[in-house]
Ligand binder design. Structure first.
Ligand SMILES: [Zn+2]
Length: 233
């Protein structure tokens, strides 16, 4: 998905990997936390919001760096783009992303894995560092909660076998190994559609409307991909 420049992108390099942060990234995390931040008792609402947005930024950057590090292991150069409520790491050259099947599985798994490692680090720091008393600047409890939540729940959801999530890529790697490229893709799409459809219904029933709409959106996209693919064989 090519994203047009707005002129407000932040660009930098980390470990030699080019990173672009789209302004929608900040807007989306503002929308995510903006409503709840006023109900936090300690700290200043604006500083709490900035703290939580910083945590989301670091968490998603670490996720994408996991993908990029695994790509570098396979001698694939990559760049990272952070956009809306997520991001992606994509190959830009090197040995080329030949969709080798174990490469695909390991590259997809490395993103959630990096977040689980970050979760472990935050958990250990919280467990063994002395408690910080409440203050009027920043609610450490709120920031730590967001750090633990983002790096545990998000990577777990990302591992669901639904394309184009990381779990969908992992699933597609395995179905391609078993059935070959085309049949494997069709099977991975059907698994995505069934899982996405069932979870969309459960989400809507439980009033998780944002998640439900997101699942319906990607399920429709997977149906369209299936349509395009089924003509090939
Ligand atoms: Zn990922």
């Amino acid at each position: 998905m090519p994203i047009n420049d707005t002129g407000y992108e932040i660009r930098f390099r980390i470990f030699g990997i080019p990173v672009t942060v789209h302004p929608f990234f900040w807007l989306a995390s503002l929308i995510l936390f903006g409503g709840d931040v006023v109900s936090i008792r300690d700290g200043h609402p604006i500083l709490n919001l900035v703290g939580m947005m910083a945590v989301v930024f670091i968490s998603i950057l670490v996720h994408e760096l996991g993908h990029s590090a695994m790509m570098a292991w396979f001698r694939i150069r990559s760049e990272i783009v952070l956009y809306a409520m997520g991001g992606y790491a994509r190959s830009t050259g090197g040995r080329g992303f030949n969709r080798g099947l174990w490469d695909q599985v390991l590259i997809a798994f490395a993103g959630p894995l990096a977040q689980f490692v970050l979760f472990g680090v935050v958990w250990l720091v919280v467990r063994y560092a002395p408690p910080i008393p409440p203050n009027s600047y920043l609610s450490y409890d709120a920031v730590i909660f967001v750090a633990l939540y983002c790096n545990f729940v998000w990577p777990l959801l990302n591992l669901l076998p639904i394309l184009p999530l990381d779990g969908g890529q992992i699933c597609q790697g395995f179905t391609r190994m078993i059935q070959g490229q085309y049949r494997g893709d069709v099977t991975a799409l059907w698994i995505s559609i069934i899982t996405g459809g069932v979870l969309a219904v459960l989400a809507i029933q439980n009033r998780i409307y944002f998640g439900g709409i997101f699942l319906i959106y990607i399920t429709i996209q997977n149906f369209q991909s299936l349509d395009q693919r089924s003509g090939r064989w």
